[in-house]
Design a protein around this ligand. Structure first.
Ligand code: ATP
Length: 360
């Protein structure tokens, strides 16, 4: 029996609510696998933990996460809880940096035509993968000390050859993998190389990596135009690779095309570790009401099952298929999608669909 150890970091706001549904679905899907079990261990981290103990991410928690096979995270940070630099508490960023989770994979898929504010798109008509560089870029100086009495504060955009090469390679590998399914095989570089020298360097490295993948089509788009094209012609994109801050902003925009933050899963992937979490934050405006959409978290669970390996991959297919079938009915909608379902009801429907698929 192979046991996968999963660290659960539910975090703040709606984090615990959506992780509870993710765990329910994980358990239902895991029960269908032969010779595989999951050992889930929950840890406290985030803004509430910071308020409680003064330490948002205890070292023992980090070490425990590092020892696990994968990490499932809810959301961290609350707008009114700020650290000494005036920024929000964000242990999820520490995890990315300390475990070197350099590729932020954010799949965007339209499951039902009513989920998109755009006209004329069928289910599957919007389907792209945003690959965000996770370790540097404009987030580079986030730990710098700030003198609030100063007249000027500078942040630095840091682009290294090493980080750019590996994130671009990850994007091309994803495009090759998707090519076998969608037959497209295209990577779009999104940058600002018309203005910023660091971005001209990013593009140069992208071009070098692109030459290693002659079967994959490429295009290069400035970030401002990319924002326009995402809204006007999202079908133009297959895989997008971009810098950290651009990826942060564009992934929220892209999520908005398929129903909002509750529909956007993510995986932050390194060489040997990975964190899976919904792309959304702690959503304090709806926390505690049981109405958050758990689909992004449940799809993140599917990404985790896919990433863990061949033995768990059938469960990933099962979860994704169940989400797809549940959302096929326009009735099955949480509040953010214009429906009435609670987080728990949506989770239950997906669990029931898994049961129906395997005939229990
Ligand atoms: P962060 O910067 O930490 O990613 P944010 O400030 O971008 O967070 P979110 O917490 O992601 O903000 O919330 C943005 C909006 O999306 C809010 O109106 C919130 O209620 C909504 N939202 C986020 N997640 C969900 C969800 N799972 N279900 C329904 N609505 C959500």
């Amino acid at each position: 029996m192979k046991t996968y150890r999963i660290a659960l970091l539910p975090g703040d706001g709606i984090g615990p609510e959506v992780v509870a549904e993710g765990v329910k679905v994980l358990s239902a899907a895991a029960a269908t696998l032969d010779g595989v079990s999951f050992d889930l261990e929950e840890f406290a981290a985030g803004a509430e933990e910071f308020q409680r103990s003064g330490d948002p991410f205890p070292e023992t928690t980090f070490e425990a996460c590092r020892a696990c096979d994968a990490i499932l995270l809810g959301a961290m940070g609350l707008p009114h809880v700020r650290g000494p630099r005036g920024t929000e508490i964000a242990p999820q960023l520490d995890l990315r940096e300390r475990l070197d989770l350099y590729a932020g994979l954010r799949p965007i898929h339209l499951f039902h035509p009513t989920h998109t504010p755009l006209k004329g798109y069928e289910a599957g008509g919007i389907d792209l993968l945003l690959v965000r560089e996770n370790t540097e870029g404009a987030f580079w100086s986030r730990e710098q000390k700030v003198d609030f009495a100063a007249d000027v504060v500078d942040d630095q955009i840091h682009i290294s050859r090493r980080a750019t090469e590996r994130v671009c390679r990850a994007a091309f590998h994803e495009a090759s993998r998707r090519q076998s399914i969608t037959r497209r095989g295209k990577v779009t570089l999104v940058d600002k190389s018309n203005v910023l020298p660091s971005m001209a360097f990013f593009r140069r490295v992208f071009d070098e990596v692109a030459a290693e993948f002659p079967a994959i089509e490429t295009e290069r788009v400035y970030v401002d135009a990319a924002a326009l094209y995402l809204v006007r012609q999202p079908e133009r994109f297959d895989v997008i690779v971009t810098e950290n801050l651009f990826g942060d902003i564009l992934s929220d925009l892209a999520a908005g095309l398929v129903g909002g933050m509750g529909m956007a899963p993510s995986g932050d992937i390194g060489e040997s570790h990975a964190v899976f979490q919904p792309s959304h934050g702690s959503a304090p405006d709806i926390a505690g009401q049981g109405i958050a959409n758990p689909v992004a978290t449940i799809l993140s669970v599917a990404m985790m099952l896919e990433w863990l390996g061949n033995e768990t991959r059938p469960a990933a297919v099962l979860v994704r298929g169940a989400v797809e079938r549940v959302l096929q009915s326009g009735e099955n909608r949480t509040r953010d999608l214009g429906g009435e379902l609670s987080s728990r009801q949506m989770g239950d429907l997906i669990v029931a669909e898994i049961g129906a698929e395997i005939g229990t």
